[in-house]
Design a protein around this ligand. Structure first.
Ligand SMILES: *Cc1c(COP(=O)(O)O)cnc(C)c1O
Length: 368
């Protein structure tokens, strides 16, 4: 049985009737930007997260950049980022002129190690930017304590963690948080999208200003900013999908539970190990293998498509060549980049597909 990594069309087909109605409603309305769908989605997404305000923007990367800019982060400032993450986390910091400062992850959860974060704080540090990677929340309780002790802020990158909880509290309800609605994310549109969620009314207002040419009133520009808007079509689609997010998350968790059970005890692979205080949303199911390329080839031969998130640590990417970060070794992140392998997961993965993946991994490990 062939198992593709992710079938994005499945979510559309499940909700085709409602999505077609919603997009038709927008097209018929003649209102395509900054209209009622956007406002309604912002209200609904803030409520879902348990936060007071939501400002939707053009992408997850925009959400990170605008949240940082709204916090007045810029040249001369340092922002602590995970050494192991998708490059967008770093690039958003760099876009403000601030320096991303890499800190190693805890290998069990793939998220920022709070002790190492504390050790990396300098007089220039302004923000700690944890990433809830693969859907597993970072240790927000420990990080909040560190942030408080040092008088720095937290901005969460929850691009992969819609609805995840740490200590029974949703990401987005702890501190200012950036989300992405890129099509492949747990809540995704049919194009780019993102949002900043916060309890801070002033910060929300700054993001609102920054996303639309620094303008609240037409032709009055209060600050220099460009265009980071989310359109009405995407907002309407996200509203339809939001009603199904919890059911989809449950299905992801059921797939993850079957993988954890079916792959337990295999020699040569390390399974993800959620922290006892975490309710992850399983954006990805990432295993580790010292012999990753052989494993990956055998899985491909068995029809199972896998991906690598991410093969090059950000400080080793060309974009950061010659930077202070590139000069620092990050052995944990470098090892993860060599070993991680993502198995297919998603709300529409069938039981048969899950079984086929488990059998393929078991067979591939036995043959290694
Ligand atoms: C996807 C992602 C982003 C960026 O989101 P876009 O909507 O693609 O700009 C940022 N951080 C992480 C961890 C992501 O996975």
């Amino acid at each position: 049985m062939d198992v593709p990594f992710l079938d994005l069309r499945a979510a559309y087909l499940e909700l085709k009737h409602d999505i077609d109605a919603a997009t038709g409603r927008v097209l018929d309305s003649g209102r395509y930007l900054l209209g009622p769908e956007l406002a309604a989605f912002e209200t609904e997404w803030a409520a879902y997260c348990g936060a007071r305000h939501c400002v939707a923007v053009g992408s997850g990367c925009d959400a990170l950049e605008l949240a940082l800019r709204a916090m007045d982060i810029g040249p001369g400032d340092e922002v602590i980022v995970p050494a192991h993450t998708f490059a967008a986390t770093w690039l958003a910091v760099s876009a403000t002129g601030a320096e991303p400062v890499a800190v190693e992850p805890e290998p069990a959860t793939f998220t920022l190690d709070p002790e190492r974060v504390e050790a990396a704080i300098t007089s220039r540090t302004r923000v700690i930017l944890p990433v809830h990677l693969y859907g597993h929340p970072a240790d927000l309780a420990a990080l909040s304590e560190v942030a408080e002790r040092h008088g720095v802020r937290i901005l969460e990158d929850a691009a992969q963690a819609h609805g995840a909880q740490a200590y029974g509290r949703r990401v987005g309800a702890w501190s200012t948080t950036a989300f992405s609605f890129y099509p492949g994310k747990n809540l995704g549109g049919f194009g780019d999208g993102g949002a900043v969620v916060t309890d801070d009314a002033e910060l929300a207002e700054r993001v609102r200003l920054l996303r639309n040419y620094g303008s609240r009133e037409k032709y009055r520009h209060e600050v220099r900013a460009t265009n980071f808007r989310l359109d009405e079509l995407q907002a309407a689609v996200l509203r339809v999908k939001l009603a199904h997010l919890d059911a989809w998350t449950e299905r992801r968790a059921a797939v993850a539970a079957r993988y954890l059970d079916g792959l337990a005890g295999l020699d040569g692979i390390v399974l993800p190990r959620p922290a006892p205080w975490a309710d992850p949303v399983w954006h990805l199911f990432v295993i580790r293998s010292a012999d990753r390329s052989a494993l990956r080839e055998r899985l491909a031969a068995a029809g199972v498509e896998t991906l690598i998130h991410y093969p090059v640590p950000v400080h080793r990417s060309e974009a950061y060549a010659g930077s202070r970060q590139a000069a620092r070794a990050q052995p944990v992140a470098e090892r993860l980049a060599r070993e991680v392998l993502s198995l297919p997961i998603g709300p529409h993965l069938s039981d048969d597909a899950v079984k086929a993946v488990i059998e393929a991994v078991r067979g591939a490990v036995a043959a290694c």
